[in-house]
Design a protein around this ligand. Structure first.
Ligand code: GLV
Length: 318
């Protein structure tokens, strides 16, 4: 009998094409809730998931499970401890999405700096009456200071793009990168407080952990420059949304660019009413090439595990 795999949501066909000759692959189209997952996962040895909540209870309901393949780089949706205890491989899709996510981050930066959504709305509403010297004035980016919170692959790819604008790069995370990495990006490791005070653009690229959860609240926004642009294309829970709303409303900062939300997919209604933010629907890795590469990698990880080998991109060793 073929081993069974559940793909919990629609992803590029290529994953199915790679797995279906060898395995029995079931595909679900709509997103499953945690309780639906619990009742579905029983017969499967592998799950290919997109940010589904894989709780201890879901894992307990899957006695045959050997691999949880995340179709994302972040894996805060999985109870890692419960998976470890059962010696279940958890994998993610790093590297293949780095450049696309860094591009999206820069789209947000440019969009905020040049107030593109406001301009777009103006044109669409028929309110554009000709060029005006004082209309929608934004911010220059040339030579500004880019602050990066979480200087991993994506943070570094964002910093690399900043060279095009001769930016000064500051970064903060728990550990300092080796000198060669700092030299490569001309990046300076600074205390968190300095990152807040000196960044013209502050972009979040850390994983969501106990330590980074709600790292950006009222207190932090208060310390930022009134001209600063806050970007989050990482995880919404790293900032507190109601505090960000207050920061934008009271103009403690200039603008925010978000691809993720604290209560995703819900977005704070106040945020929707504010002009000084760009809001995207979690598009970080959403290009054809990248999403295909992620699907191939997730499928390869599953195939390796179900063939008795180590996956290519495990989140931890078992
Ligand atoms: C997207 O959010 C990812 O973690 O890949």
């Amino acid at each position: 009998m073929k081993k069974r795999i559940l793909i919990t949501t629609e992803i590029p066909e290529v994953a199915y094409q790679r797995l279906s000759p060898k395995y029995q692959v079931d595909r679900n189209k709509t997103r499953l809730t945690e309780s639906q997952l619990r009742s579905r996962v029983g017969p499967y040895e592998a799950l290919l998931i997109l940010a589904d909540p894989i709780t201890r209870e879901v894992i307990q309901a899957a006695p045959l499970l050997r691999c949880i393949a995340n179709y994302t780089v972040g894996f805060d949706n999985v109870d890692l401890q419960a998976a470890k205890e059962r010696r279940i491989w958890v994998t993610n899709t790093p590297e293949v999405l780095t450049e696309a996510t860094a591009d999206l981050t820069w789209s947000l930066i440019l969009s905020c700096a040049r107030r593109m959504p406001e301009g777009e709305r103006m044109v669409r509403k028929g309110k554009f009456k000709g060029v005006h010297a004082l209309m929608l004035l934004g911010a220059d980016l040339q030579g500004k200071t880019m602050g990066i919170y979480g200087f991993g692959r994506i943070g570094q790819a964002v910093a690399r793009r900043g060279r095009g604008w001769d930016m000064k790069v500051l970064y903060y995370q728990r550990h300092r990168e080796p000198p060669a990495v700092e030299r490569r990006y001309n990046a300076h490791y600074v205390p968190f407080e300095r990152l807040l005070r000196e960044s013209d653009i502050l972009s979040i690229h850390s994983p969501l952990t106990q330590e980074t959860r709600h790292r950006f609240t009222r207190k932090e926004f208060r310390k930022m420059k009134p001209t600063a642009i806050f970007i989050n294309a990482g995880r919404g829970l790293i900032h507190r949304e109601k505090d960000l709303v207050q920061a934008l409303r009271k103009k403690w900062i200039f603008s925010a660019g978000l691809d993720v939300y604290e209560f995703e997919p819900k977005v704070a209604p106040e945020l929707l009413r504010l002009e000084n933010c760009t809001l995207l629907p979690h598009l970080g890795s959403a290009t054809v090439e990248t999403r295909n590469a992620m699907a191939c990698l997730a499928a390869e990880n599953i195939d390796l595990v179900l063939s008795g080998r180590k996956p290519k991109t495990p989140v931890f060793d078992i």
